[in-house]
Write a protein that binds this ligand. Structure first.
Ligand code: SAH
Length: 211
């Protein structure tokens, strides 16, 4: 069994990965393509890894848990805040691409925006217009592309920004870190939300304003 297969098996055995389309994305979008050259050997360990600029590629377990809560489906339009390495952006793109889905990813740090683009391009998602990566402050969401079926964030805020709730379709979901927990919000009606919270995770902060 390859190191990638072992990682996926452990995430399935431990109950983090469940949905066939998410498992397939983990198989097809290879994490080694999203880590720096000197860390390729440890790409399949279940750990966050440094990607420069004091940021990390998220831990596989955390990404698996958050994607299972998000329930991404083909054809959906998803806002991904904090593109970083582009790994989660590419996983989402693989899931939504069929049926004309799109991933709009926002990254605050210009150098990481470029790295995310280079990595995501390895899977032709830019060329095929499935992914667009934008440099900017994702705490305001991205109004001109709204509304979104789903919104996911990889950096932790004190509370879920109201812009994200406004830019979400009714019936849509937000999955995002708040402090060191993960929150899942469903928009049940205009201005009505149901929320669940899961504890015991660790995230880099969502930084507001200009770089
Ligand atoms: N999903 C990424 C996670 C990267 S860590 C991966 O697996 O590689 C979180 C990222 O959020 C960092 O790259 C950080 O620069 C970015 N970030 C922090 N605050 C942000 C903000 N306000 N808007 C957009 N991106 C932000």
């Amino acid at each position: 069994m390859s190191s990638l297969e072992k990682l996926i098996k452990s995430l399935v055995d431990d109950g983090y990965l469940k949905t066939p389309s998410i498992i397939e994305a983990f198989q097809k979008i290879n994490r080694v393509d999203f880590v720096p050259e000197d860390l390729k050997e440890v790409a399949y360990e279940n750990n966050p890894l440094p990607i420069g600029y004091e940021q990390t590629i998220s831990q596989p377990l955390t990404v698996a848990f958050m994607l299972e809560l998000l329930e991404p489906k083909k054809g959906e339009k998803i806002l991904d805040i904090g593109a970083g390495s582009g790994w989660q952006t590419a996983l989402l793109a693989h899931i939504v691409a069929d049926g004309g889905g799109k991933v709009i990813a926002i990254e605050r740090i210009p150098e990481l925006k470029t790295i995310a683009e280079e990595n995501v391009a390895k899977y032709n998602f830019l060329e095929k217009d499935v992914v667009q990566i934008i440099q900017g402050d994702g705490s305001k969401g991205r109004k001109d592309k709204a509304p979104y079926d789903k919104i996911i964030a990889a950096a932790s805020a004190d509370k879920i920004p109201s812009a994200w709730k406004e830019q979400l379709k009714i019936g849509g979901r937000i999955v995002a870190p708040v402090g060191q927990s993960i929150v899942m919000i469903e928009k049940t009606e205009q201005n009505q939300f149901a929320q669940k919270q899961y504890f015991g995770f660790s995230f880099v902060p969502l930084v507001k304003g200009k770089v």
